[in-house]
Design a binder for this molecule. Structure first.
Ligand code: GRF
Length: 210
């Protein structure tokens, strides 16, 4: 099996990155994490990557007036790394449609809600306000509209009547840390098929309730 190159894009805390790196080492995935790229120079995710010995790059969005100029530099870096899959693990930046279309089928995002419910920010607050009884997270291929695209996997959690945003966020995050590594492993093992906008993952339940 040809080893894949993956690149992880981050902007902040990096807890998903940490979960990915632990599973990558422990399970000896058939891939190379070629780089971790951040749009924020001092985020803690970068420190996590460095301490794991993964090459890092910073492409500071504040240096680019135009969104498309930032995306062009990012695309150049990704091409230079011969990337197979780009994982957005807490990458807090909207990408242009032309970037997304260029990498379609290779660009994967994690979003902290059961899409298509609650796209955008503050998803846990929105879930509590809506009174939903089930919440969760979604891994999906990225398409040009924000927080949309073919769903690869979802994990759900219960919402309790005494939940706060923080408690609910922590319950969802624990699921993110399990399903994101599981999906990346499936990707690099060629077990993920995207056909006509729908995804199947061999050897992984389509719906995870953990
Ligand atoms: C996660 O909740 C992820 O779903 C969202 O941003 C958050 C990133 O957290 N896209 P971390 O940086 O991985 O800790």
């Amino acid at each position: 099996m040809n080893s894949k190159n993956i690149v992880i894009l981050v902007s902040g805390r990096g807890s998903n990155l940490h979960a990915i790196l632990k599973a990558y080492e422990r399970e000896r995935w058939p891939c190379k994490i070629a780089a971790v790229i951040s749009n924020r120079p001092n985020c803690s995710a970068l420190a996590i990557a460095k301490s794991a010995g993964i090459p890092t790059q910073v492409i500071d969005h504040a240096q680019y007036v135009d969104r498309k100029d930032f995306d062009a530099v990012l695309a150049e870096s990704l091409d230079a790394l011969a990337v197979d899959y780009v994982i957005l693990a807490g990458f807090m930046r909207i990408l242009t449609a032309s970037f997304v279309n260029r990498f379609y089928g290779r660009l994967v995002n994690i979003h902290p809600s059961l899409l298509p419910s609650f796209p955008g920010l503050a998803t846990h607050r929105a879930a509590l306000a809506a009174g939903v009884k089930v919440h969760g997270c979604t891994i999906h291929f990225v398409s040009a509209e924000v927080d949309s695209g073919p769903i690869i996997a979802q994990a759900s959690v219960p919402v309790f009547s005494d939940d706060t945003e923080e408690k609910l966020a922590a319950r969802v995050l624990a699921q993110e840390h399990q399903i994101l590594p599981a999906v990346i492993k499936a990707l690099v093992e060629n077990r993920v098929k995207l056909e006509q906008g729908r995804v199947t993952v061999e050897g992984m339940p389509e719906w995870v309730h953990l």
